[in-house]
Design a protein around this ligand. Structure first.
Ligand code: DX5
Ligand code: ZN
Length: 222
């Protein structure tokens, strides 16, 4: 079953609770939270205090995508704030296995994110410990960028590996997922769709989430 994870990066931060509620009414079942520190990526967004506020206004899983350096230092704070899923970048972690264990130890679901230039096969050995793999289909840092087509090959490779290894991790895709790309993303095998601009960009999150999810379900044959 395909799920939609609206990314609040493109929401109106002054009306965050309303925006999340609208995306939820439109069928969003996971809230994607982009955490950026101005070092790992050239943009700054939010941290645990905002996650704590979001926790009060939604029961949906909070899917925190960390684009920050020294992730280990912040994992306890995200757990205390009420985060459910934590994804960390392969390119950002010197001791990826240790960081993933730390996330699990704090009761959250661990995931790895791969930048467009990072090969899927590099994480083969740690696939069994992952709740999901997040394929970046843009370079991280900003919403509203153009989808990079070879991401589709990476989704297909993950589907193949999941089958070969008999695993159950989910495949999430982030960046440029919109009406013109969603069918290809779903048909390649993604089952968690992050969308920022396509949900919040035009100011009517409920109807835009609903339309995007409907298109995804048609493409998935659901
Ligand atoms: C980019 C973020 C994305 C972003 C996607 O670094 O990780 O989650 O919100 O935005 P869209 O859907 O607009 O490409
Ligand atoms: Zn993201």
């Amino acid at each position: 079953m395909v799920e939609l994870a609206p990314s609040i990066l493109s929401a109106d931060f002054a009306r965050l609770a309303d925006e999340v509620a609208a995306a939820e009414r439109g069928g969003g079942t996971v809230i994607h939270v982009d955490v950026m520190d101005g070092h790992f990526v050239p943009n700054i967004t939010l941290g645990p205090p905002v996650v704590k506020s979001l926790r009060k206004v939604t029961k949906l899983p909070l899917d925190c995508h960390l684009m920050i350096e020294n992730v280990d230092d912040y994992i306890p704070a995200f757990a205390d704030a009420g985060a459910n899923w934590i994804s960390i970048h392969y390119e950002d972690c010197r001791h990826l296995h240790r960081s993933l264990e730390l996330i699990a130890h704090h009761g959250m679901k661990p995931a790895v994110v791969l930048n467009p230039a990072t090969r899927v096969d590099l994480i083969l050995d740690i696939l069994p410990m992952l709740h999901h793999v997040l394929i970046m289909s843009v370079n991280p840092g900003f919403g509203g960028q153009k989808f990079i087509p070879f991401s589709l090959d990476k989704i297909r490779r993950l589907v193949e590996l999941r089958q070969e290894l008999g695993l159950a991790f989910r495949i999430e895709v982030d960046g440029g997922v919109a009406h013109d790309t969603v069918a290809r993303v779903v048909q390649a095998g993604a089952d968690l769709l992050v969308a920022g601009n396509a949900v919040f960009g035009a100011g009517h999150a409920e109807q835009d989430a609903r339309a995007l999810l409907a298109a995804a379900r048609v493409a998935a044959g659901e």
